[in-house]
Design a protein. Structure first.
Length: 213
């Protein structure tokens, strides 16, 4: 059968069943649109998850001391109650494939400058921390390994902390009092936004872990 004859038969059939033809076409359109929407939603969710993982730092393992509780169930039987500096040094020395290690001391406290104060999270870290987290600075400079060895009173701050304490002023080179101890702000972190748990990652002060102990 010729193509022209086939098309004529198909057109006559469509004219005789206009309503069925419209409904069939509508069903096809809705089906295609639904598939496109689902693919778009899936790609959007994938991008969001990848962004959240990237905000933590890729290929990162967090090690905590003691046991943890999840859904009322305690895990980590036999876990040590305290991690020591020697443990981090042993990981650097003994574990193949580990590119960088950061000792971590975490607390929350009030920080102040002038007549402004703010309650924020304090992270004591090694000089490798920003590389581990893939977290560049938007301004200033990071603290160094020498700052860690000497327990120098220097810090870098997140964008939220900077805005709350210094407003529109440049914080770099300014004094930030932490537990009544003056620290010099050396840099400002590039904004990361909220974590997967909804925590503002930019509301933070990071200093040498030796200065936080």
């Amino acid at each position: 059968m010729k193509v022209g004859s086939t098309l004529n038969i198909a057109l006559r059939a469509l004219r005789r069943n206009k309503m069925r033809s419209v409904l069939t076409a509508l069903g096809i359109i809705i089906g295609v649109a639904a598939v496109i929407a689902m693919v778009g939603i899936g790609n959007g969710a994938k991008a969001q998850v990848e962004a959240q993982i990237a905000s933590l730092g890729q290929n990162v393992i967090l090690i905590f001391s003691g046991s943890t509780t999840s859904s009322g169930i305690r895990t980590g039987w036999g876990g040590a109650g305290t991690l020591k500096i020697e443990d981090a040094e042993a990981i650097r020395r003994e574990v193949p494939g580990v590119a960088a290690v950061s000792e971590e001391v975490v607390s929350t406290t009030q920080v102040a400058a002038g007549n402004q104060n703010w309650f924020t999270r304090i992270y004591g870290e090694s000089a490798d921390y920003l590389d581990i987290r893939q977290w560049p600075l938007s301004d200033g400079a990071p603290f160094t390994a020498q700052d860690v060895r000497s327990a120098n009173k220097v810090c870098i701050i997140g964008r939220t902390t900077a805005s709350q304490i210094y407003g529109n002023d440049d914080p770099v080179g300014q004094i930030l009092r932490i537990k009544n101890v003056p620290f010099t702000v050396t840099g400002i972190l590039t904004p990361k936004g909220l974590s997967a748990q909804g925590v503002d990652q930019d509301d933070v002060v990071i200093m040498p872990f030796t200065s936080a102990m």
